[in-house]
Write a protein that binds this ligand. Structure first.
Ligand code: TYD
Length: 138
């Protein structure tokens, strides 16, 4: 497992607007999130031991933050597999297109917020790992 993220993927430390009352993080397109946001969704109430994802997107770019709790994101570009623990609301992860991703080890109560640059489109998914490898290896 590598610590180098696949091309098109990046981790960012988000600026916290903290004061005596607590903390606030704003996600602005083009500033904190490196694309125009078309969709937001959140994964929550994941049952213990359940893994999610197991797909790549042909074109979609996404930005994920564990706004509560933690989960592990496995990223695979067909050559190298890397792993990132999203375990604080200040940590944002961009996931580029053609990156196989799996989400594992959700803590109870984890809420994973995901912003995406396009509306939901099942045709954009590659859900079979062999087909993904064929696509990235040409
Ligand atoms: P899926 O992408 O398979 O979830 P995960 O990758 O987290 O395991 O999506 C689960 C279901 O939700 C599937 O039926 C498609 C639907 N869905 C939408 O309708 N809109 C969305 O924006 C997303 C992400 C999923």
């Amino acid at each position: 497992m590598s610590h180098v993220l696949p091309p098109g993927c990046a981790l960012v430390d988000l600026p916290v607007k903290g004061d005596a009352r607590g903390s606030l993080i704003a996600l602005e397109q083009g500033r904190d999130v490196p694309f125009a946001i078309a969709r937001a969704y959140y994964v929550y109430a994941t049952l213990p031991g359940v893994d999610r994802g197991f797909h790549a997107h042909r074109n979609l770019r996404q930005f994920a933050v564990a706004v509560s709790g933690a989960c592990t994101m496995v990223l695979d570009d067909g050559r190298v597999r890397s792993e990132v623990r999203l375990d604080r609301p200040e940590l944002g992860l961009t996931i580029g297109p053609m990156v196989w991703h799996e989400m594992r080890a959700f803590t109870p109560g984890c809420v994973l917020l995901v912003l995406a640059d396009a509306l939901y489109d099942e045709a954009d998914y590659i859900r079979d790992y062999q087909r993904f490898l064929e696509a990235v290896r040409g």
